[in-house]
Design a protein around this ligand. Structure first.
Ligand SMILES: Nc1ncnc2c1ncn2[C@@H]1O[C@H](COP(=O)(O)OP(=O)(O)OP(=O)(O)O)[C@@H](O)[C@H]1O
Ligand SMILES: [Mg+2]
Length: 460
């Protein structure tokens, strides 16, 4: 154990006596640790949550919240954090018990300084190894996933989405993924699961909330007990329970009825489900991801979606931009899909003719990535040679109807800015992505166009 390692360790010291805190603070600082002190267990709990210390050193006997409760709070938050208990003769028994329950060590008062420092150094080393081990595992998962399942794209908007997905993946946060149909909501949800620790401990389960009538949906989600309704011939486990240890993806959450929404809110608040026909709740250990292609804020205004549920789901919001706003992703997506088709359909490689490529770039893709994927599959089937001609593409792609200036989903009273944005993107698209020509057509300076595009996040 080197001094360097101890030096980075944040140690939270919890005791109800301020004189002890003060002397430990001085000792730890002199030994190269970074000490933080909390007077009493209550303050201790707060600091554990806000600091995420590397090591916790706590007195056992304190009024209100004692060292044993501190131990269980730390283990809940981060089981890799070593907890060292300082105990007097009177509480020796419970300290020994605590070590059996996962405390790193106990030290009996009065202790010598060098004795405590030696234990802290071991704890720091232990912590370091466990953290390294965890991030190594995560790195391995990241690499494996990036080969197979990393959602394709390199536009600025898409890279931003992936970066956020990668940041939230290892946490337990609920994530709400919003985006038009075919933008890759499920792809991103699976990616989050694959990058999380839950990929090791459980599976990815999903359900399309819009596909089932209310009663059937509830029985799928929460399970049911035998005899609770006609056809319930035996107990059935719900998907929340089936995804135990893993991730549960609620797709098209905007399609749920108010009654189901109340039940989902309960699940999120209490982390338990009550199967249909049962009285006792069952605790669940499932991370929730949800997706919708509806504007939930609008649905809340119309009172078809519960506000409280929205806020519980929307802890982290991921907005997937439509494909027409990240045209830089199109060539990469095309390559990916053509490669996949080559593998699944055989018959050698095929490439797009220049005209076909241009048509694909100019089209608006209202059905987003899914529409692009389908169009390529169709073209592949229609092409016997190695070059996909423009004639193999669906007609709507090659002879587009005049583009709507505004998205039909747009708010009934669009803001001036949203109209400006839509118009600029439309002109840019009409000019085949050429910014100089687009600026000319708009009658603005190219640098002004540049600035506006980067404000919209549409700059590739
Ligand atoms: N970034 C991407 N990289 C690779 N494939 C993608 C990407 N985005 C979408 N796809 C593909 O496009 C199709 C649609 O994606 P997905 O099902 O995730 O969209 P969605 O937003 O859930 O759509 P819907 O709202 O219609 O359910 C899938 O076949 C998926 O494999
Ligand atoms: Mg989907």
């Amino acid at each position: 154990m080197s001094e360097r390692n101890a030096g980075i360790a944040n140690v939270l010291v919890i005791d109800d006596e301020s004189s002890i805190l003060e002397s430990l603070r001085i000792l730890l600082r002199n030994e190269g640790f970074t000490p933080h002190v909390a007077q009493g267990g209550r303050q201790g709990l707060e600091q554990i949550a806000s600091l995420s210390p590397d090591i916790v050193l706590t007195d056992v006997r304190m009024p209100n919240v004692d060292g044993i409760e501190i131990l269980s709070a730390v283990r809940k938050q981060d089981p890799t954090t070593p907890v060292i208990l300082m105990t007097a003769q009177a509480t020796l028994q419970s300290a020994v018990q605590a070590v059996n329950e996962g405390a790193f060590y106990y030290i009996q008062k009065p202790f010598r300084n060098d004795e405590l420092v030696a234990i802290l150094r071991r704890a720091a080393e232990h912590r370091k190894l466990r953290v390294e081990n965890q991030s190594l595992k995560q790195e391995i998962r990241r690499r494996e996933t990036s080969m197979s399942g990393r959602p394709v794209g390199k536009s600025r908007a898409w890279t931003e989405v992936l970066r956020l997905a990668e940041t939230v993946a290892p946490t337990e946060s609920t994530v709400l993924i919003q985006g038009e149909s075919g933008t890759g909501k499920e792809v991103v949800a699976r990616y989050i699961h694959q990058l999380s620790l839950r990929a090791e401990s459980g599976s990815f389960q999903s359900i399309n909330c819009g596909a089932l009538p209310e009663s059937l949906l509830e029985s799928e989600l929460f399970g049911h007990v035998k005899g609770s309704f006609t056809g319930a011939v035996k107990d059935k486990q719900g998907l929340f329970t089936a995804a135990g240890g893993g991730t549960f993806f609620l797709d098209e959450i905007g399609e749920t009825t108010p009654a189901t929404q109340v039940k989902l809110l309960r699940v999120l608040q209490h982390r338990e489900v009550i199967p249909v026909g049962a009285t006792e709740p069952i605790p669940i250990d499932t991370r929730l991801l949800a997706a919708t292609n509806r504007d939930l804020e609008e649905a809340m205004r119309r009172a078809t979606f519960r506000q409280d549920l929205y806020y519980r789901l929307n802890v982290i919001a991921l907005h997937l931009p439509p494909l027409r706003e990240r045209q830089d992703d199109i060539p990469l997506l095309v390559d990916t899909f053509l490669q996949r088709l080559e593998q699944t359909r055989g018959g050698g490689a095929k490439v797009l003719s220049e005209a076909a490529s241009d048509a694909i770039r100019a089209y608006q893709w209202p059905g987003n990535v899914r529409e692009l994927e389908n169009a390529l599959e169709r073209a592949w089937i229609m092409t016997s040679g190695a070059r996909i001609e423009v004639s193999a593409l669906p007609e709507r792609v090659t002879s587009p109807t005049p583009v709507r200036l505004l998205d039909e989903r747009a708010a009934p009273n669009p803001t001036l800015e949203s109209i400006e944005r839509a118009y600029i993107l439309w002109v840019l698209n009409a000019e085949g992505g050429n910014k100089t020509r687009a600026a000319e057509a708009l009658g603005i300076d190219p640098s002004t166009l540049h600035r506006k595009l980067s404000r919209f996040g549409a700059e590739g």
